[in-house]
Design a protein around this ligand. Sequence first.
Ligand code: GLY
Length: 309
Amino acid sequence: MYPVVVVHGGAGHVPKERAELATAGVCAAVRAGYAVLQGGGSSMDAVVEAVTQMENNPSFNAGCGSVLNIKGEVEMDAIVMDGKTLGSGSVSCVRDIANPVQLARLVMDKTSHVCLTAEGANQFARSMGVPEVPMESLITEYARMRWRKNLAPDANPVECQMGKMGTVGAVAVDSEGNVACATSTGGMLNKMEGRVGDTPLIGSGGYADNQTGAVSTTGHGEAIMKVTLARLILFHMGQGQTAEAASDLGLAYMKSRVGGQGGVVTVDPQGHWAARFSSQQMCWAAAQRDILHHGLNSGEHLTQSIVPP
Ligand code: GLY
């Protein structure tokens, strides 16, 4: 079994001028997560590190770079799950913090609850000494431009649902065969205030169980919730499907049953992995055996060495 980290930077359509930045972002994130595993860290440490990197990268819809809600404000969702214990933590509609994924981990580690929301999540953050940041510091010019554009009465509803770039997430297997997942998002462009997406919902935005594997999802949250996509994929793996086949089955079911598009990264406890999507594109990267794999378009699979020459 070879430890592995797989990340996604969101399902949807990546505008040409942003493709290079998004690719560089997922590759940097997967390298950071892989370095954690190489240093003896757990799969949970690795996925939190990888997702933190993408939250700090303004190219992605999570942390700094989050899409704005209808009022032009940032409300973020995140989840983590540990496949060894089935421990999970999540936050929804949280504001003014840089790294919701780290707060989700604190919910898992420091409370008896699974999900904290809105002001309660922010109060918990304060009690844990998590610094508040000005909302403006999470808002990019690009996010504000898209918010304005999509306020127009003739705005394309598909654009509002999928966004140009979605959620970020990661799955990993460590040297002990423990799996973990983490997912983080600013949600859906121009969403209603208080809207909770799939990301913080256990079984939808992510799921991890050492008996089957781990999944992090991205795409149209309302569709993902209706089919509990992460858990559905792991159900198929429990029935003997490979990570790749199970991911495709889950995505196909979501498309046929509720018309939703999305993408996933998936691992099994033996270190087999998949990055699959039914959307136009999904920026992804994986690191295993010192090889970095990445892609953006359907069927694209590029590789390079992680070890500098
Ligand atoms: N999948 C992210 C969201 O819909 O919020």
